[in-house]
Design a protein around this ligand. Sequence first.
Ligand SMILES: NC(=O)c1ccc[n+]([C@@H]2O[C@H](COP(=O)([O-])OP(=O)(O)OC[C@H]3O[C@@H](n4cnc5c(N)ncnc54)[C@H](O)[C@@H]3O)[C@@H](O)[C@H]2O)c1
Length: 451
Amino acid sequence: MAVIALKCPHIRVTVVDVNQQRIADWNDENTDNLPVYEPGLAEVVKEARSRNLFFSTDVNEAIRTSELIFISVNTPTKTYGVGKGMAADLKYIELCARQIADVADNNKIVVEKSTLPVRTAQSIQTILSNNAKGLSFQVLSNPEFLAEGTAVADLFEPDRVLIGGDQSPEGLEAIEALTSVYANWVPRERILQTNVWSSELSKLTANAFLAQRISSINSISALCEKTGANVDEIARAIGSDSRIGPKFLKASVGFGGSCFQKDIMNLVYLCRHFGLPEVANYWQEVIHINDYQKHRFAKQIIDSLFNTVSGKKISFLGWAFKKDTNDTRESAAIYVAWELLQDQAEIHVFDPRVDKEQILRDLDYLAEQNIEFSKIKDKLIANIRVYDNPYEAMDDAHAIALLTEWDEFKEYDWTRIYKGVKKPAFVFDGRNLLNKEALETIGFEVKGIGR
Ligand SMILES: NC(=O)c1ccc[n+]([C@@H]2O[C@H](COP(=O)([O-])OP(=O)(O)OC[C@H]3O[C@@H](n4cnc5c(N)ncnc54)[C@H](O)[C@@H]3O)[C@@H](O)[C@H]2O)c1
């Protein structure tokens, strides 16, 4: 929304949220305090906020005064009842639709910006149509393809913008209204118009394909470790084939983030619902390999440290699910930490953008999902320490595990770090980020992924 406001100075953009603290943070004079860290975002917000971008908790007022309403609320995996652990929880979407139907006093275009299961627009339309005021609403699907860490750059120059809508004259008019917003900075040929079901399903499919590429190369990394092949060399060799392409072929400890797992589970659930178990199982394996990869990484650490990490200090470089974001949702670090904590490790974390409160919240959240963890959580969490200084986090460590590919980790003084750690000095590079040969020359024993 900040980028729309920046690129369309003639449009008034109001972002509303029920979370008062978040809105206060978005309005904070000091843009270092914005709730989301993304390169370039603070500058965009600052400029747009001085002109046509507003943050407010007055949801009703925003509904009444807007022509286009983007629903961008969270759609987490259900943690209860029918579809628990698989289906998307659409209660927040439903609440928004009901509130719009109650409060609106003229016709609106309602845009699904959240990622939703195919055919959700039908439910939104049904709720909106059941207003007593005779108002008419058009529901569009406009899924968001930005990647965290490069969100602003992705929004400035998207590969494509996708807009799905009803193919009636009113639906086509609504599609055109939204197209004309993006056309302020996106070339028209990159704005794809489809029917609403194709648009909804495209987003789930795109995330499933991206995650599948990561699980595919990660599955090969396990075979590399058994055979002496190097997964980075394989990625380069196959990525040079123009039919395959080089992107998203980096082997790692596994993907995280709030979207991939949730969206694939959602796809799997939909396939089961529609009686397609073979298709469901196919996509389920992408998640299975990802869990396997995180487990393999933790097991490699324990195996290498003579089959136990009890009482040993393991330093984590990175906690965010990827570099250039402070988002930690579903980060591989959380799961690797949990496995090592169960083996009674002490974990010493440094992440340039993630603070201790967030790390403890992540472990709390894991405990909510995992009954085993919840029973022993307090005892284990006492074994987590969080540092502002990376060198202190690694001092006297039995092993260093690199979980996030922050660029700055490459620039550290590894000779100094080597002097401070216990010997043999292990580095487990979960992102294949560091220069293995250089570290080995210093004296480290380096174990990467698939190499
Ligand atoms: N984060 C991403 O990179 C990304 C990318 C593409 C798509 N998406 C999709 O966008 C959606 C939102 O993701 P997110 O990461 O921003 O989630 P988030 O949880 O960070 O933000 C959702 C916000 O919605 C607010 N909210 C919930 N119910 C509300 C209501 N009734 N009225 C007003 N505000 C309400 C919450 O307070 C919260 O601040 C999800 O469907 C997600 O799959 C996210």
